[in-house]
Design a protein around this ligand. Structure first.
Ligand code: 4NP
Length: 161
């Protein structure tokens, strides 16, 4: 049976084709590995609708697949309802976070906006760099940061009950 008390987490980046769909899939795999899939609802979205309906960037899918992640998410823009439907809205960089705070309908919803890298345990990073205009190392760096930050997010914000 579907649990009513699921923790609902939305990962957000600019285009929703590189960083946030990867974060969503990495988190999903970590939650599965912890045997806690029924406790979470995970999704991702973008701050622009330019890539709406598209699969994740082929480069991101290829780099992620090498680590065993199969990203199937289709890009969609953040919407007003997201601020009410989700418990936590995780931005990847300063611009994502400031835009999300501007879009939040009220203070309670604004408080749901957090920074992905605040959950890093090993990597030293204050944002998840946009890999879109860069090379292969940018995608690998994003995956390294996201693997670390998702582990920290699961541990710190959603400890096993
Ligand atoms: P993302 O990367 O925000 O990690 O999905 C980007 C994807 C597309 C664009 C920018 C960043 N774009 O300008 O189209």
């Amino acid at each position: 049976m579907e649990r009513a008390d699921k923790k609902k987490i939305l990962f957000v980046c600019l285009g929703n084709i590189c960083r946030s769909p990867a974060a969503e899939e990495i988190m999903r795999r970590q939650v599965e590995a912890a045997g806690r899939s029924d406790e979470f609802l995970l999704d991702s979205a973008g701050l622009i609708d330019y890539h709406q309906g598209e699969e994740a960037d082929a480069r991101m899918r290829a780099h992620a697949a090498r680590r065993g992640y199969h990203i199937t998410h289709l890009s969609r823009p953040v919407c007003y309802e997201d601020f009410f439907s989700f418990d936590l809205i995780v931005g990847m960089d300063d611009r994502n976070i400031s835009r999300l705070r501007d879009l939040a309908p009220g203070l309670e919803e604004e408080r749901k906006v957090v920074r992905m890298t605040d959950y890093c345990r090993i990597k030293v990073a204050d944002h998840v760099p946009d890999p879109y205009y860069g090379g292969a190392s940018g995608f690998e760096n994003v995956l390294d940061i996201l693997e670390d930050a998702c582990a920290g997010l699961l541990e710190r914000c959603c400890p096993a009950s």
